[in-house]
Design a protein around this ligand. Structure first.
Ligand SMILES: C[S@@+](CC[C@H](N)C(=O)[O-])C[C@H]1O[C@@H](n2cnc3c(N)ncnc32)[C@H](O)[C@@H]1O
Length: 181
């Protein structure tokens, strides 16, 4: 059987992000597979996505390409500004709300208790950030936690989500928020 890699329709943002991090030294690596994020979002029939870790907008563009509205957060104002430019060029700006600040400060203020998908792509992984994203998700919503091989509190996050239906893909952990008892 022959397989072909899915074309990356946002490869320009990925390329710009890789070029940016060389100069900025910020470690804002783009997520490895944007089409996976979009496929999971489409399968969940998501209308609202919340993301911690905008960088230059690569993963946000993939989420928004499904038709969902994306709330994305980054603490670096340079990243948010660059993301705004990229997303406008792809005509996605009206589907994405950019928030600049620390994820754990911004998330509770968004008052998003019904997001369908929540994505962690910050660094380092912390239980506080995962907790804030989990609070923004509806029961049955999908949490996608990236950077889980990069240390931080990844071990504790796995314990935090142990009771959720989950699968551990190494770099990425997928977990479904349980219904309240
Ligand atoms: C790995 S990059 C995100 C890559 C992006 N999702 C993409 O696919 O291109 C991490 C980004 O998260 C931001 N960040 C990391 N920890 C954060 C936090 N606790 N709160 C807000 N932003 C954070 C960094 O400034 C950086 O831009």
């Amino acid at each position: 059987m022959t397989t072909t890699a899915t074309a990356d329709r946002f490869s320009d943002i990925k390329t710009a992000t890789l070029a940016h991090l060389e100069h900025h030294g910020c470690g804002c690596y783009p997520y490895s597979d944007g089409s996976l994020l979009a496929t999971l979002t489409a399968a969940a029939k998501a209308t609202t996505v919340v993301e911690l870790g905008t960088a230059l907008g690569y993963s946000a563009a993939w989420f928004a390409s499904t038709g969902a509205h994306v709330h994305t957060i980054d603490r670096d104002p340079t990243h948010s500004r660059r993301a705004q430019d990229h997303l406008a060029r792809h005509h996605l700006a009206d589907r994405i709300t950019l928030h600049t600040g620390e994820g754990t400060d911004i998330l509770p203020k968004l008052d998003l208790t019904g997001a369908d998908v929540a994505f962690f792509d910050g660094y380092p992984p912390t239980t506080a950030a995962i907790g804030a994203l989990a609070a923004a998700l509806r029961p049955g919503g999908l949490l996608i936690a990236g950077n889980m091989t990069l240390g931080g509190q990844a071990h504790d996050i796995r314990a935090q989500l142990a009771a959720w239906q989950h699968t551990d893909l190494g770099e990425t952990l997928l977990a479904v928020k349980p219904a309240p008892r």
